[in-house]
Design a protein around this ligand. Structure first.
Ligand SMILES: NC(=O)c1ccc[n+]([C@@H]2O[C@H](COP(=O)([O-])OP(=O)(O)OC[C@H]3O[C@@H](n4cnc5c(N)ncnc54)[C@H](OP(=O)(O)O)[C@@H]3O)[C@@H](O)[C@H]2O)c1
Length: 244
């Protein structure tokens, strides 16, 4: 789709304060979308929205707080127009050996990665359906594989994959559902890991990550740009060096 065709389209990106979300907000704005950046870190999203200028707004919102998402949806409609695209990107990856010590991490990942996406979708769905829209769900290679020490993170992403497949069948033709499953991408994601030995080990892999968030954003932009009779249902992308 050309910039001029997107000019009246509105995209909402959750977790837009860093990494893949920030890159996606920038890419969609460059494609001509009006963009709402949602995240908890207000300074980050305000700075990106200011950098983008016209047609970009920052809305502080925690995806675990339904009232905040409802308020955000109303602000988007009032300030930008009806939402056409929702990118469910907000997520955390709190890896570590399975143990009671990490039980708060498990609850938090399920509430943000899975329930947060479900909440944002049910809140924005009426807007997205209005006129034909798109739902982009950011899953992971961990939505198709699992390994020691990533069980609950993988459970949230496997959950997202199953839920997305159901929605795909239920919402067509009004809404296209696209699942994005990245491998290692150079972002802040591992910095939040609370189990210190795991954080250090995972960080080593991220220190040499070759795939940049802008490359994932480019793929999302491409998927959205296909004519509406064509849907890229599922896109699995890994660094060339990543085997599993
Ligand atoms: N990087 C990778 O290797 C990789 C691979 C596969 C999948 N992914 C997925 O890609 C998505 C984005 O991650 P990233 O790699 O770009 O990491 P990131 O830079 O850490 O970005 C995560 C984003 O999620 C937001 N977030 C976290 N908790 C939130 C909450 N409760 N409410 C609202 N926003 C929240 C963060 O914003 P605030 O802290 O400001 O709220 C931040 O903008 C995640 O779903 C992740 O699972 C990443």
């Amino acid at each position: 789709m050309t910039d001029s065709q997107n000019i009246h389209r509105v995209a909402v990106v959750t977790g837009a304060s860093s990494g893949i979300g920030a890159a996606t907000a920038r890419a969609l704005h460059a494609d001509g979308y009006r963009v709402a950046l949602l995240a908890r870190r207000r300074d980050r999203i305000e700075s990106i929205a200011a950098e983008l200028g016209d047609g970009a707004i920052a809305i502080q919102a925690d995806v675990t707080d339904r009232d905040a998402i409802v308020t955000a949806a109303q602000r988007v409609q009032d300030e930008l127009g009806v939402t056409d695209v929702l990118v469910n990107n907000a997520g955390t990856m709190l890896l570590g050996p399975f143990s009671s010590e990490q039980r708060n991490d498990y609850r938090s990942m399920i509430e943000v990665n899975l329930l947060g996406a479900i909440t944002a979708t049910e809140v924005f769905l009426d807007q997205i359906k209005d006129g034909g829209g798109d739902l982009i769900n950011i899953s992971s290679v961990a939505g198709r594989t699992a390994r020691a020490s990533n069980g609950v993170y993988a459970a949230t992403k496997w959950g997202m994959n199953g839920w997305s497949e159901s929605l795909r069948q239920e919402l067509l033709p009004d809404v296209r559902v696209t699942l994005i499953e990245p491998g290692v991408v150079d972002t802040e994601l591992p910095t939040h890991i609370t189990h210190e030995p795991t954080r250090q080990a995972v960080q080593q892999g991220y220190d040499v990550a070759s795939v940049k968030p802008e490359e994932v954003a480019e793929v999302i932009s491409f998927a959205l740009g296909r004519p509406r009779h064509l849907v890229l249902n599922e896109i699995l992308l890994r660094p060339a060096t990543q085997l599993g």
